[in-house]
Design a protein around this ligand. Structure first.
Ligand SMILES: Nc1ncnc2c1ncn2[C@@H]1O[C@H](COP(=O)(O)OP(=O)(O)OP(=O)(O)O)[C@@H](O)[C@H]1O
Ligand SMILES: [Mg+2]
Length: 370
């Protein structure tokens, strides 16, 4: 794929973010914990992976857990333990290797040796442990490991707001009480449900209140996109007939990273299919329509949650930027609908009580269909 889509991108494909990555790296290495919340597909995981890669290169221990993938308390615990121990053993599934006796005989004896001293200190986690004990072990492991090996450690928790749904809300309190005593470990919390993340970290009554520094994810500047897109097409000997063509791509995607990639990608395929070598404004128009068509099922699924006439009307009003509070509607009901859109990351607050669509192509979709 010329333009990466759908998941975290490798270092060479990360557009801009250099200063932000460096800032995150420095803060985390110094021991500061950080929370980043942002809507779907704006590049959180790509950013975090790159920061971790650099921290590892810098000599720190790293670990990462994706709560979107974990299905139970036990899986969370195993994932933390495996990811921590990987720093020692170099293999991803250390627990399996040690727990599986057949494998142990075959070759993971070496692994067991590498972990011998841990066993001495806090015992090695046993397969028979119940999930509560295993989780307690997992949460305490990072500090113990970094102390033993005299390394600082950084742990990434991706889609952190899902932890409570998987393991119950008490998990946050349990985590906080253990994490706040750790001296050598810092945490990078990511979440795509901004509302939930904000309340976890910003609400006085919530477990992670003031535990981490909350940073906004900066937008990718237009110039960074331009030089990236230029470079990619140039690699394929494709000429861009005017600079304005690139400006148009960026404007059509409205600053949304994945949609920018998607339009570029569709433009590239359109050129391939038609055997052309010049990217023109006409190609971009076709690419935009193709991108829109491929997003239709995604948008329909999002909009499926807003079927009530009042909700639809608010979406339409937001899309055309009309006043959403009208005499015919009860303000509380309007507020409830708006809050729901904010929580699910469809819209975000702008200055002075205005809202904007996180994904401008969704706004266009609503304009066309409602
Ligand atoms: N800085 C960037 N450079 C290049 N592409 C980006 C960037 N940020 C986001 N993207 C695009 O967005 C897609 C998703 O990136 P990533 O998985 O890192 O985002 P995310 O915010 O973690 O998304 P999700 O909410 O799905 O977890 C990438 O495949 C790429 O197309
Ligand atoms: Mg992600």
């Amino acid at each position: 794929m010329l333009f990466p889509l759908g998941g975290p991108v490798p270092e060479s494909e990360i557009v801009d973010r250099e200063n932000f990555i460096y800032s995150l790296q420095t803060r985390l290495a110094e021991g500061q914990s950080i929370m980043l919340a942002g809507p779907r597909r704006i590049g959180k995981t790509s950013l975090a992976n790159e920061v971790l890669r650099r921290l590892k290169k810098q000599g720190l221990y790293i670990a990462s857990v994706d709560f979107f993938r974990a299905s139970s308390k036990r899986k969370i615990a195993e994932s933390i333990i495996d990811s921590c121990l990987e720093n020692r053993t170099g293999i991803r599934k250390t627990l399996d290797a040690v727990w599986d006796q057949a494998k142990l005989l075959a070759g993971s004896a070496k692994i067991a040796v590498k972990l011998k001293d841990l066993e001495f200190n806090m015992g090695f986690p046993k397969k028979e442990m119940d999930e509560e004990t295993l989780l307690e072990y997992a949460l305490n492991l990072p500090e113990m490991l970094s102390e033993k090996d005299n390394k600082r450690m950084v742990i990434l928790f991706d889609e952190f707001q899902d932890a409570g749904q998987i393991a119950g809300q008490e998990i946050y309190k349990q985590m906080r009480s253990i994490f706040q005593l750790q001296r050598r470990v810092s945490y990078l919390f990511l979440g795509s449900k901004e509302g939930m993340m904000q309340s976890l970290f910003g609400g006085k009554k919530h477990a992670f209140y003031r535990f981490a520094t909350v940073l906004p994810i900066p937008e990718i500047p237009e110039d960074a996109w331009k030089s990236y897109i230029n470079r990619k097409f140039k690699d394929k000997q494709i000429e861009i007939n005017r600079d304005a063509v690139l400006v148009e791509v960026i404007r059509l995607a409205g600053g949304h990273p994945q949609d920018t990639m998607l339009i570029c990608s569709e433009a590239y395929y359109t050129l391939l299919e038609t055997g052309q070598q010049v990217l023109t404004s006409d190609i971009i128009k076709i690419a935009y329509e193709r991108a829109m068509a491929s997003l239709t099922p995604v948008f329909d699924e999002i909009l499926d949650e807003y079927k009530k006439p009042l909700q639809r009307d608010i979406l339409r009003r937001l899309a055309v930027r009309e006043n959403i509070y009208t005499e015919s509607k009860h303000p509380n009901e309007v507020k409830r609908a708006v809050d729901q859109l904010l929580i699910s990351g469809v819209i975000e607050k702008e200055k002075r009580g205005r809202y904007r669509f996180v994904e401008p192509m969704l706004q266009e979709y609503i304009l066309r269909n409602y």
